[in-house]
Design a protein around this ligand. Sequence first.
Ligand code: NFK
Ligand code: ZN
Ligand code: ZN
Length: 207
Amino acid sequence: MKMIDVSRRLGPDTPVWPGDTPYRYQLSWSMEETGSVNVGQVEMSVHTGTHVDAPYHFDSNGEKMIDLPLDIYMGKAIVLDVSNATEVTASLLEGFSLDGAERVLLKTDTWKEGEPFPETIPSIHPDAASYLASHGVRLLGVDVPSVDPLDSKELAAHHALHTHSIHILEGLNLEGVTPGLYELTALPLPIVEGDGSPVRAVLRYYE
Ligand SMILES: N[C@@H](CC(=O)c1ccccc1NC=O)C(=O)O
Ligand SMILES: [Zn+2]
Ligand SMILES: [Zn+2]
């Protein structure tokens, strides 16, 4: 089985949502200080890089990271090329076969690793949520920082996806990934209070 890492790197240059906590790693103790080990600490927004949203992110009564079943984040996924779209609607998605995949990953190719935080992104029209749900989809992944326009306050796509029990994976790095069927693993951390979590996302496939 072959494996593709579709995660973004976490480092001092990782772009974050404007005004949000920058990513920072530092040593709490160094080898010199302890005589035995380096011990690091991380400070970051959970919406940095490749991450999942918990419903609590956009609904104060919503489930937190610890409440979410892990099987959503593992299993058959289809990568769709939507690189021509400024908005992903139900009618656009009708043009694709989902091949029974419960996970759909949208490749917009608009935000490459190493580029700064985008100014604008293609977004998901709320009508895509009911369309995907009617095809049995439980997870929607995107290669941009949000499923809604960056200036959206109502977060219509986040809410529509949640209404249809579709979980959200954001900030994938799908550069160079050929559209098609894969086995996705993108497990979040069991952050008890979490409104989201960074993930290590990989796609596996047979040649
Ligand atoms: N919805 C975005 C994040 C988001 O909206 C956000 C993230 C950090 C700081 C502020 C944010 N939104 C503010 O209106 C996401 O899910 O990653
Ligand atoms: Zn997020
Ligand atoms: Zn989000």
